[in-house]
Write a protein that binds this ligand. Sequence first.
Ligand code: ADP
Ligand code: ADP
Ligand code: MG
Length: 718
Amino acid sequence: MLTRQSVRQSRSAVLAIIRARQSSTQPPDPNIKPLESILIANRGEIAIRVNKTAARHGITTTTLYTDPDAASQHAYSSSRSYNLGQTSEYLNQAKILALAKDHGCQAIHPGYGFLSENADFARKCAEAGITFIGPPPSAIDDMGDKARSKEIMNAAGVPCVPGYHGSDQAPQRLAKEAEAIGFPVLIKAVRGGGGKGMRIVQSADAFSDMLDSARREAMNSFGNDEVLVEKYITTPRHIEVQVFADKYGNSLALGERDCSIQRRHQKILEESPAPELDDNIRKDLWQKARAAAEAVKYEGAGTVEFIFDNDTGKFYFMEMNTRLQVEHPVTEMVTGLDLVQWQIMVAEGRRLPLTQDEVEERISKRGHAIEARIYAENPDRGFIPDSGKLLHVRLPVATDDIRIDTGFVQGDTVSSHYDPMIAKLIVRGEDRRDAVRKLAVALESYEVAGPVTNIDFLKRCCESNDFAEGRVETGYIPKHHDELFAKRTPTPEVLIQAALSSFLQAKSQKPTVPQQTQANTPTSLSWSSPQSNLQSRNFTFQSADEETTPGTTPQTHSIQISQLSPTQFTAQAGNNSYTLTSTLDPTTNTLTTYFPHTRHTSRIIHASDSSIIHLFTPQGSYRLTPTQPGWLAKALGTTEKANSLLSPMPCKILRVDVKPGDVVKKDQTLLVIESMKMETVIRSPGEGLVVKRVVHGQGEVVGTGVELVEFEEIEAKE
Ligand code: ADP
Ligand code: ADP
Ligand code: MG
């Protein structure tokens, strides 16, 4: 068994090997140029990750940020940090190089994405006398083109997926090649990345449309619309090998990673070693990956991606990523090595410090690692990215075996300008079962409120039976759709917790209306005056996790809360009535409620605009949307006072958006009010209404049921 101590010992053992081999007692090697200052040309978690290794080795770092990233963690991670300006400036080669020169940086670490696989940039670095921490430009060029790399691989004896990689891009020619390969085929942008510019074509008649759409996407994303066509493997696994090479022709395979759990051709769970893989195939993969790296005279960290055909047991070269990969921590966990440190060592001109046998020896002892990518995205809506402020973040406990790489803390904003990855959660276990269990537990305790995340979805993935058994494939998510996307109705306990919390929240935020004004309008403000506490209120919610048929309105849940004493309440949910004892810990936002037979504890976070309530319970997390309660609808409606809109609650008028004579559309903003420190938009209740009078102006404070906007009378249409 691996203890913390043994991990530490093995780390220091490797450092000892490195020192022994590169001992300062030997004459200084003219090929070695120690790096003392690095510019990190990236953002988010990877910028912070690179900075950690630099700090560990006494290397000065300079970081860069853009306007939308001005308050981001990576911008603060170094005392030398410079603003590049607009959103896209992480790609501004000239500006970045000028900054590196001006500030005496000896090297540039490009992270992943952005300039990391840009041969042109690597060349410009060399010309400017700055070390690009990555492979030589020629290797980036060779591997950056999926068609060209396949020619090189074929020549080097590395098997490739049968397909057409030629330069004749005429649609007829491509269609003919597709026919010859046999459907289904995959069209891929030769310059593609991140799953973009890729289309599966099932039959000949769909080819032309798919080709057009792949080309359009490729042109938009990569400025090049060349494609290749290859056999589509129907039950594949994505297995990749982490390679490392030094400037002296030595190469190593640091084990493989299975990244089959993907959505939109992009990875979300990655692990090492690949489960259920024959050892001979594993060693063959490593061998072929080293051959691939050697064929392009590779240097530094790279990943050779293979597609493994589950039906035949054969594997094929897919592409090589000539950079540090998002999922590199999985390899760090199973080798106990720091890959960023190795990148720096290779860039300094040092030799690889271990032999292949030594690497294998290490891997055999370090168990199993899995990474889960935490994204701001909505799995229920086709994984569309989300953004917004992180209202609440609670991280799992980090240990030697549980690592969290993130670029955000609570209060930060996940910007819509960049990749929506919030963090990477990496766990290590003695074996796969242990790792999967640790991952599930860690995901369970990972709380994020604000943007929608994939945390619950990831948890379902790792709890699903086939994943637990190691039966993975790239089509895993669609194939296990029902299991992974199962909907659940919030239990009465969950709804009551949300209602209780909303009740207490409303109480704690009163009174927001100045006393004097209350005195002026005593009747309408009676419920919010300190003397008469909010005794009873109705709350209605819709659940974001509940099954809805497209086109139908989601179910609305209604809960009536009445307060009996500071900690005693009754709740009415449907026909059931509960007597409850409930206390809120405001520091942790934890609400503990004693139901007649059970106790429920949940952390409850309210969005500041009341648009959503996040509940974190031991049974899972829920997102509830407060909907307009009956009394509010009534107040907003025109039923009680024809042609007038009434204030739904005691409030201050923050903004008036209409004037007499305006014709308004249904749901158009009329006014914005503030109540209980929350803004509410008052919208037009109907189409084509004409504003007759705006009764109160900006800054005025009014009570409930006070007339706000009066409309012209509408003549009934024939
Ligand atoms: P990895 O291959 O390291 O697992 P991804 O394929 O998800 O990771 O890519 C990592 C990041 O790099 C993502 O932000 C992705 O959008 C970006 N990226 C990957 N390839 C390219 C490319 N060819 N051009 C631009 N961005 C890319
Ligand atoms: P990218 O550069 O966007 O990462 P890849 O060529 O690495 O593109 O492919 C991305 C993913 O698409 C793979 O991980 C795999 O799931 C799927 N894929 C790629 N090639 C094939 C193929 N020939 N057959 C089936 N699936 C494939
Ligand atoms: Mg890929």
